[in-house]
Design a protein around this ligand. Structure first.
Ligand SMILES: NC(=O)c1ccc[n+]([C@@H]2O[C@H](COP(=O)([O-])OP(=O)(O)OC[C@H]3O[C@@H](n4cnc5c(N)ncnc54)[C@H](OP(=O)(O)O)[C@@H]3O)[C@@H](O)[C@H]2O)c1
Length: 266
């Protein structure tokens, strides 16, 4: 008799599942038997991902078009799934992007939208679903942070600050929830091939970076999946990024600040 898959009878909700790392996460969870709820703004992209996963893995899918920059979206998603009796066993807060304009030159609306997507929605989705996970005695949460969480960022303005928040939030949640069999992992990738840098409009600058610093989305998602299932509270993807983060841990704040001033790649 074949062994039951880890995710059989369980459902994962993944934000930002229409592209890049989120799309790769959908495939990893589906491979492990999870049904998937896919969230992003581009519904047609989500439907393409969903139909590919259904035929490849024979799982059930559901697509929800939502703009997480709207402060009402997280609760709407939660209420819709509750109404339909869908239990969420795993959550991947993955949707994200960055603004390249200097802080004082970007519009406030752009900063406010970014914080809604990368801070408020992440926190509210954790809040709503973690309560149910705790009551059910099972939950797995992956929050996408970044190596950018480990030092101040010049040229990436709010991005590093939101990723530091996500890292710290994930670690605090894990402390509270792990005794209920609800694990929370802050996943910290470095440069990863996806639509991320196209959306930022910096693809040509990124193409000048050496190939060996890049990881592919599938590897990042696979490592993230294994990390949360093991109960790792923080996982930095790849030897290069791990070495970088370890080295930064030894550097005094002033040195990190100085290096950040030199590192503006945009
Ligand atoms: N790529 C990297 O080098 C890298 C490194 C470290 C961390 N990360 C983090 O990894 C995560 C995934 O990034 P990625 O590289 O996979 O980027 P990506 O290919 O550009 O995908 C971003 C996803 O986020 C969704 N999204 C963006 N704004 C949204 C909004 N307002 N509402 C709902 N969904 C929204 C997009 O979907 P729609 O456009 O369809 O809404 C898309 O599915 C992000 O949190 C990013 O910060 C990336």
């Amino acid at each position: 008799m074949s062994k039951a898959l880890e995710g059989q009878g369980k459902t994962v909700l993944i934000t930002g599942a229409s592209a890049g790392i989120g799309k790769a996460f959908a495939d990893v969870f589906a491979t492990n038997g999870f049904d998937v709820v896919l969230v992003a703004r581009r519904i047609e992209k989500l439907e393409e991902v969903a139909s590919e996963l259904e035929s490849k893995h024979g799982i059930s899918t559901r697509c929800i078009a939502a703009d997480l920059a709207k402060s009402t979206s997280a609760k709407k998603i939660y209420d819709e799934l509750k109404r339909e009796g869908v239990t969420i066993d795993a959550l991947v807060n993955n949707a994200g992007y960055a603004i390249t304009k200097p802080f004082t030159e970007a519009k406030w609306k752009d900063h406010s939208d970014l914080m809604n997507v990368m801070v408020n929605s992440v926190t509210q989705l954790c809040y709503l679903f973690a309560k149910d996970m705790k009551a059910n005695g099972y939950g797995r949460i992956i929050n996408l942070s970044s190596v950018a969480a480990f030092s101040p960022q010049y040229g990436g303005n709010l991005y590093g600050a939101t990723k530091a928040f996500v890292k710290d939030l994930s670690e605090a949640l894990d402390l509270e929830l792990k005794k209920h069999n609800v694990y929370c992992t802050a996943l910290c990738p470095g440069f990863t091939r996806s639509e991320f840098h196209d959306v930022m409009g910096v693809s040509s600058a990124m193409d000048k970076l050496p190939k060996w610093i890049w990881m592919d989305a599938k590897t990042v998602a696979n490592q993230g999946y294994r990390a949360v299932m093991r109960g790792d509270v923080r996982y930095v993807n790849g030897i290069l990024n791990k070495s970088l983060v370890t080295a930064m841990g030894f550097l005094p704040g002033k040195v990190k600040y100085f290096l950040s001033e030199k590192q503006n790649v945009f």
